[in-house]
Design a protein around this ligand. Sequence first.
Ligand SMILES: [Zn+2]
Length: 469
Amino acid sequence: MKAIQTAILLLASLLSGGAAAQQAPLLTEPDPRMQADVLLVVAHPDDDVMIGGYLAHIVLDEHKRVAVVFATDGDSGGNNAGIESGAALGDVRQLEARHALALLGIDNVWFLHGHDTPGQDPLRSLDRWGHGQFLEALVRLVRITRPGVILTWLPQSVAGENHGDHQASGVLAAEAFDAAGDPAAFPGQLSAPRNRTGLMNLTEGLLPWQPQKLYFFTDAFEVFSPYWHDPAVQSPFRKNLAEGAGPVYEATTISPSRHISYAELMARQQAEYATQEGPIGAAALKAHDLRLFEFPEHFIFGKSLVPGSVTGDIFEGVSAQPVPFHRAQPPQAPPSSGLTFQIGDPWRFYSSFWKAHGLDHLAALIPVPELAADFSEKLSIPLLACNRTEQSAAIAVTPALPPGWTDTTPFSRYTVPPGACYPILEQIAAPAPGKAGWQQLSWAAAAGTQQLGAVSLRIYVGQTGGLPQ
Ligand SMILES: [Zn+2]
């Protein structure tokens, strides 16, 4: 009998593969401490104040989890609080951001340590940061935090502060929205480590993650304190770009849990940024005058993979269950032919970027390119003349500038070889100090008797211009 039992056990062992029948360890879940409902992607420590009332509202009163990524340390800003500048200021500003966000209950904060790049061109920021490396880093953080919603700066050139870094963070966030769920994107992040609890794991073991909704906000004058209620800065050429473009949240609402307004919570958040505009927040709190923080917080709908409306709540339709990867399908554009004349970067870039990421509706927010400039400010306007014919072309450019503008462009005729594009730079200067307001400039191009069309640009000229071009 004993011999039969032994034989049965031996047979069972052989049939089940011997030692391999031992139960393997259960799979480990992604770290729940990292999970976020919202991932905020911005450029500088203090950009978070722009939507601070909304962050306070969802974290303190709706118990949402928010994680924040800052692309830079803000190492090029000024310092209102101490002697530190450059990299030292960047270290200080990182702590200011952690303190400011902790006031709102936000602790999961990352810095990508890009250099703060003053100017209005997002392509300079992306190039200086290392675009590919930053995208990889941001995709990693999306996969770690697994957000339903991404909030970021509007990737669009606006008349306002129009910081190139702000726009660049919006470009990266839109790219990461589309890449993080892609199993073929940054596969080293997705490959299982050899031995998770041991040493020398050179792959990351993350899982693809598809966010569900993407929203933007902007520092365009018309939605940006302190200019948003000033009719002098409103464009006479078009409606407010944020009107009907997404949900709006009132900062004057009283927080049920804190019994003060979201505007006051925003002022406290700003007061932590003592090196930057913290003194404005501190003064507002001291004087009990929160008007600078009581602007409506406008969001601009980017895209959504779940049902909902453009102006509905940001969490409308967000599913508790993961959604499948959605590959953005850029529309097939007809190949350009003949002679063409268009505005250069960053507008040329945006027109193809929006299409590539299913954000083409952003083009309609500002149908004609815009800028802001100070009185007498010198501007370089990039234009592009392309020749998709088989013969060399002589292209003449004729400006149409309103009175008071100065044009110092050295050339007006350009020889463009077949298959080439000539990058033209128009050098102009805004009128001397006078009446602030909007003006329209244009440049027409022709090749002999063939008219190639005109490029228009609308410029707000006044003392509230943004950063240098
Ligand atoms: Zn900023």
